[in-house]
Each structure stands twice: as structure tokens, then as C-alpha cells.
Design a protein around this ligand. Structure first.
Ligand code: FNR
Length: 360
């Protein structure tokens, strides 16, 4: 890499060279043969853009809103575990960067800093969501929800696609464990760090079903966002159970391998939510401004980035995450400008076509 990173891949390359190899493997890896991980990234290439010309693009706005909250761009930060593996300021640095850029930071259940520590490190108005792994013991779930409300998080993101951990070969082969000085900070009274990032079944809840969404709705007024839906039947159930939004996600290819890319799943979920108030977002493989544009063209209201934020964190902490987000925002704005869109509402399906349309 030259001195100045210009793409997400440049930041990733820096992280590869500088991070502890075990920690880097934990971040970058997917499950099994990583078919889904690769597909998440490659599937964007099957969609081509159809720009409009002779459109006044002197002023281009990338601002939007999610669940009624304004964000400066439709690029938010996905919940990922253990940010202190990349930088000692961990989730505090990531949250501050998101606040500075004006976008939503979604904090993982498995953070190295508590919700309260993150909340008190950013301005009050900074939009924060909390990703919850519903726990087998209702008391612990309830405590997480109460802490999250108290710390001013604006929505609960419930991850559905991890009843057990996917088989992640990087971690299995390196034997990487969470260093002893880092903890799963949100679990008060559970300070014992057994080091495991791979087969820690204690914290899994394979018994989770839609009844748990009902339960969450009975204990909180926070909007419920479900993360990790792959088929329209489940989107319909989510709507029936009263969720406020769906994140189309395959956990960054870290759970069930051989699932389609999220950009391929997105049309089905957008169709299922059509005519309802349920907002649809997506994550997985977003690395460029054109990826974001394609997701919005299919009907996502916003996208979340997982690994790119971690690479920024590894690069320069808060400042590095800011650089990654600013770069993606710049690239997305440029894509809009060159496509002839002056605001995000104008981005629709007419701007994309499958690559087959242009084959000979
Ligand atoms: C994740 N992801 C994740 N999801 C979640 O709901 N809770 C979590 O704690 C984590 N932890 C986590 C750690 C790491 C290292 C990665 C890479 C991912 C999944 C994450 O929210 C998101 O779905 C993907 O990261 C999106 O894919 P990209 O942007 O990484 O390609």
C-alpha cells in the first residue's frame, strides 16, 4: 500500500500487516469454505449501473433517516464483536467516529466496553442502536434491555441467525482466544473471560423462536429490528410479530455457508415488506460507493458495514473509522452524482440492470 489508503481494501491490507494474525483471522474469516463470504462481495458485480445524464447534480444530498432518526448518509456501522482487538479504545472509538460523521453505530452484545461507557463517550444526540443476543436466561436478557434503555440506545437489533456459532476455520486453526485483559463488558457479574471466541456455547440460545420477539416487545418500548432474515416467509412472520425493521444479513458469511449473497436475498425481502411500514436495511460485502447505490436501488433504506469499520479502527482508532466512513460517503456521493441522482429518494431500480442484459 502507498501512504494514503484510498479503498476499503487498502485499510484491510494495513490491518492484515499490523494486527495480531489470530485477531485478524477472527475478524476476516467466514464459515466453512467461505462461499457466502466471497459471494457477498462478488455478487455486486452481477449488477451494472444505468446512469442518467443531463441531470443537474450540482447539489447532491446523501442524507436520509432510519426509524425516524436523521443520519448523514445511508452507511451505518454494523454490530461486530470485540473492537479492542483492533484498537485499545474499542467500541468507544467506533461510536465517536460514527457520531462525528453523523451516522448510526450499532453496538454488539459482545463488546469490550459497556453500553454505559460508550453512551457517556459520545454526544447525547448521537444515534446508537444496541444489538442483542437474546439469552437463554430471561433475567440476563432483561438486564441487557434495561441497561440499553438506560444508556439511551434508540433501537434493539435482535440477531436471529446464530443459534450456534458457525464453523470458522481461521479461529479453529489458529486457536485464537480473547486475550485475558479484554472482557465481554456488558455481562456484569460475568467477569470471567474464558477466552473463547469460537465455541462458547454458554452464551448461545438455540431455543430462540418468535416467542422471544413477543417477550422483548413485552418488556421494552424500543423499536425492534431483526437481523438475519433470508426468506420471504420469515419476513412475513417478522411483520406479523410487529417488528419495526429488518436487516437482510448473513452475518458476513460467518454462520451458514452456501447462503446467497445478501444483495441477492434483498429483492425477496423488499417485496415481502412492500406496503408495510417495516423498513428494510442490509449488510454484507459493502466495500464501495457503488455497492451502497445498488442496495438502495433494490430497495434497502440503508446499509451497514462490519469489517470495513474494523479495518479503520486497526488503522488509526477513531480517526481511522472516520476516514473509512468519510471515504465510503464520498464514493457513494460520487456514484450518485455520476448516475444522475441528487438525493437518495431518486435512486430506484431503473438505475441498475443484471449483467446478463449487457451480455452478447
Ligand atoms: C460480526 N457480526 C456480528 N453480528 C451480530 O449481530 N453480533 C455480533 O456480535 C457480530 N460480531 C461480528 C464480528 C465480526 C468480526 C464480524 C466480521 C461480523 C456480523 C456483522 O454484524 C455483519 O452482519 C457483517 O459484518 C456484515 O458483513 P461485512 O460488512 O463484514 O462484509
Amino acid at each position: 500500500m502507498n501512504n494514503i489508503p484510498a479503498t476499503v481494501a487498502d485499510f484491510e491490507e494495513y490491518a492484515r500487516r499490523t494486527m495480531n494474525p489470530g485477531a485478524f483471522g477472527f475478524y476476516i474469516g467466514g464459515a466453512d469454505s467461505e462461499v457466502t463470504l466471497r459471494r457477498n462481495i462478488e455478487a455486486y458485480n452481477n449488477l451494472l449501473l444505468r446512469p442518467k445524464v443531463m441531470v443537474d447534480v450540482e447539489q447532491v444530498s446523501i442524507a436520509t433517516s432510519i426509524l425516524g432518526e436523521k443520519i448523514s448518509s445511508p452507511i451505518c456501522v454494523a454490530p461486530t464483536a470485540y473492537h479492542a482487538l483492533a484498537h485499545h479504545d474499542g467500541e468507544i472509538a467506533t461510536a465517536r467516529a460514527c457520531a462525528a460523521v453523523g451516522t448510526c453505530f450499532c453496538q454488539s452484545t459482545n463488546s469490550n466496553y459497556t453500553m454505559e461507557q460508550v453512551a457517556s463517550s459520545v454526544p447525547k444526540e448521537a444515534l446508537r442502536w444496541f444489538q442483542i443476543y437474546v439469552q437463554e436466561e430471561q433475567e440476563i436478557t432483561q438486564k441487557l434491555v434495561k441497561d440499553c434503555e438506560k444508556a439511551g440506545f434508540k433501537a434493539l437489533v435482535v440477531t436471529l441467525d446464530r443459534p450456534r456459532l458457525g464453523k470458522r476455520l481461521h479461529v479453529l486453526r489458529s486457536g485464537f482466544t480473547l486475550p485475558k485483559h479484554l472482557s465481554r463488558a456488558n455481562f456484569h457479574g460475568d467477569e470471567e473471560n474464558d477466552g473463547s471466541v469460537s465455541y462458547y456455547h454458554g452464551e448461545m440460545y438455540p431455543g430462540m423462536t418468535w416467542k422471544d420477539i413477543k417477550y422483548l416487545k413485552s418488556i421494552t418500548k424500543l423499536p425492534i429490528v431483526v437481523k438475519g432474515i433470508f426468506r420471504e416467509e420469515d419476513a412475513e412472520l417478522a411483520i406479523q410479530y410487529g417488528v419495526d425493521a429488518i436487516i437482510v444479513s448473513n452475518h458476513g458469511g460467518r454462520q451458514l455457508d452456501s447462503c446467497p449473497a445478501t444483495i441477492e436475498i434483498l429483492p425477496e425481502i423488499v417485496a415481502a415488506c412492500k406496503g408495510t411500514k417495516v423498513e428494510v436495511y442490509m449488510d454484507g460485502g459493502i466495500r464501495t460507493g457503488t455497492d451502497v447505490f445498488k442496495a438502495l436501488a433494490i430497495g434497502a433504506r440503508c446499509v451497514f458495514v462490519g469489517r470495513p469499520a474494523l479495518w479503520g479502527l486497526a488503522y488509526q482508532g477513531e480517526n481511522g473509522v472516520k476516514q473509512v466512513l468519510n471515504m465510503l460517503n464520498y464514493d457513494f456521493r460520487l456514484t450518485m452524482t455520476l448516475s444522475g441522482c441528487s438525493n437518495v429518494q431518486e435512486i430506484d431500480k431503473s438505475f441498475i440492470a443484471s449483467a446478463e442484459r449487457y451480455s452478447f
